[in-house]
Design a protein around this ligand. Structure first.
Ligand code: HEM
Length: 480
């Protein structure tokens, strides 16, 4: 690959970053593309109260963090070994690692001007509002000109109500390797004066037996194929997808946001929204069985598929060409504005609420994992202690906030998101409008309250240029 020189200004709009290994080396992994490993640990950290000790801890962690370049090289090596029939799992012992920094941490360590996310321009009001939300942290109720969202922190698990400084993601294909890395990290953090650590463990798929199988989509706890609709940022992958309408191929300015440069050279990171979302599988299935009766469907599976917008195997309710689960839009299934619904894919189906599949698109790279027992192999469906550790990355938190706003319904008449929506008696009844093909009529019914937020925070995933500057400073002080 040709090595190009750094330019003092980097325009993200048309940049083919794969031609710039120097830029890939300064960007963290998991932003442009998911790390893909089977087992993950999300580690929320409260650093030492002493500013210098806390900065030294970040310096030590820097050595663990993977660049996008390293992620690419590791993926290439893995594919090569797998093609030769020997994936050589032993050489994958080192865990993938990503690090996020909260606004609280930037502020208290005096890092917001030295490297924190840059301010929005005057002509970027949505980004400015999202930056304010970042500064206030996820516990703050958000009311921007574009969306409102109440994360209801009173109901969060108490350990997740803390003001965290860092978010660390460790991931590995083998569980014992991940266990070892988590133990090592705990030791490192303990030696670095850390005040608090909260760990959430999980897997790529809620169904343990799917792990490691080639070409199998992960499955979330309600039983649906997950991780299908994904924005693409690498031009080498985008070429074969550009024909889709809308195109899932996006410029880098939709995922990367500039930092306040540490040395005059442009550098970039990405905003990360983290949420622990508990799923009540039993309630979802029971309510879907009632929806089946209300719509005179033949199976509860059909009702569950209406709530998601896809069948369990990922097939969309809107027909898509064979072999491509993601080449469709809603042009031929318009919203019925008199009856507040849509006939093929309901207006409140989760995937339709999250993405209207028309321009301008809201880009969000989902990189989460599933926590809790793999219940699908054991029955009965659980009411709690299973869920999604949601991780969403974008160049602005605006996209995440608008999506969370959309779960409560754009207006009362359209009802709430049928998978992750919450009933809201204080506002309106939140019922959705469903089309019954058999009875040829619209039916009002509420699918809601299956997902509960248990905690979360906003982070910025900084550049390695920023992290290495902290490391260099600590070394100069003789500490790291
Ligand atoms: C426990 C909570 C959740 C569950 C069970 C869930 C489940 C799913 C499923 C089954 C899909 C379809 C498969 C796919 O396209 O990957 C999907 C798609 C999606 N979800 Fe979620 N989700 C949850 C939370 C969220 C949250 C909190 C957000 C954002 C704030 C979100 C945003 C999206 C988006 C953007 C898509 C792709 C839509 C498209 O482009 O068609 N989800 N989700």
């Amino acid at each position: 690959m040709a090595r190009k020189q750094h330019t003092k200004t980097v325009s993200l709009e048309e940049l083919d970053i794969e031609q710039h290994p120097d830029l890939l080396d300064e960007l963290q992994g998991n932003i442009l593309k998911g790390h893909g490993r089977n087992y993950s640990a999300a580690i929320f950290v409260v650093l030492s109260e002493q500013k210098e000790v806390a900065r030294q801890a970040i310096a030590k962690l820097t050595r663990l963090v993977w660049s996008a370049q390293r992620q690419q090289e590791s993926a290439r090596a893995w594919r090569k070994r797998a093609a030769g029939g020997n994936p050589d799992r032993a050489s994958e012992r080192k865990p993938f690692c990503m690090l996020g920094v909260s606004a609280h941490c930037y502020k208290r360590l005096g890092l917001d001007t030295f490297g924190g996310p840059a301010q929005a321009q005057d002509n970027q009001p949505a980004q400015a509002a999202a930056l304010e939300a970042f500064q206030n942290g996820m516990k703050g109720r958000v009311k921007t000109p574009y969306a409102r969202w109440d994360p209801a922190p009173d109901g969060w698990e108490s350990p997740l109500k803390q003001d965290f400084d860092l978010f660390i993601l460790l991931a590995n294909n083998e569980k014992p390797n991940l266990d070892k890395s988590v133990d090592d990290l705990k030791t490192l953090l303990g030696e670095s004066g850390t005040m608090g650590i909260q760990i959430e463990r999980g897997r790529k798929s809620a169904r343990e037996s799917d792990l490691g199988k080639a070409g199998v989509h992960p499955v979330e706890h309600f039983g649906f194929a997950d991780g299908i609709a994904m924005p693409v940022f690498l031009k080498s992958e985008g070429a074969k997808l550009k024909h889709r309408k809308p195109s899932p191929v996006h410029n880098l300015d939709t995922i990367l946001w500039p930092e306040n440069s540490v040395d005059g050279t442009p550098s970039f990171g990405s905003f990360l929204a983290v949420m622990k979302l508990e799923q009540n599988v039993r309630a979802f299935q029971q309510r879907a069985a009632e929806l089946k009766d209300a719509l005179e469907l033949t199976s509860a599976d059909e009702a569950e598929a209406l709530a998601v917008g896809r069948r369990k195997d990922g097939t969309p309710l809107i027909p898509a060409p064979p072999g491509d689960l993601d080449d469709f839009n809603y042009d031929d299934d318009p919203l019925d504005r008199e009856n507040f619904g849509a006939k093929q894919c309901p207006a409140s189906a989760h995937i339709r609420r999250m993405n209207l599949r028309r321009e301008p698109q809201l880009v969000l790279a989902r990189r989460g994992f599933h926590y809790g027992e793999s219940w699908m192999e054991t029955q009965p469906p659980p009411e709690k202690e299973v869920g999604l550790l949601f991780l969403g990355l974008a160049s602005t938190l605006h996209n995440f906030i608008v999506m969370m706003g959309a779960t409560r319904g754009p207006s009362c008449t359209y009802g709430v998101d049928a998978v992750i929506g919450k009933s809201q008696p204080e506002r309106c009844d939140g019922s959705q409008h469903w089309w019954s093909e058999k009875a040829a009529k619209w039916v009002e019914f509420q699918m809601a309250d299956f997902v509960t937020p248990l905690g979360g925070e906003y982070f910025f995933v900084p550049s390695l240029r920023f992290l290495r500057a902290i490391e260099a400073e600590a070394q100069a002080n003789g500490a790291a």
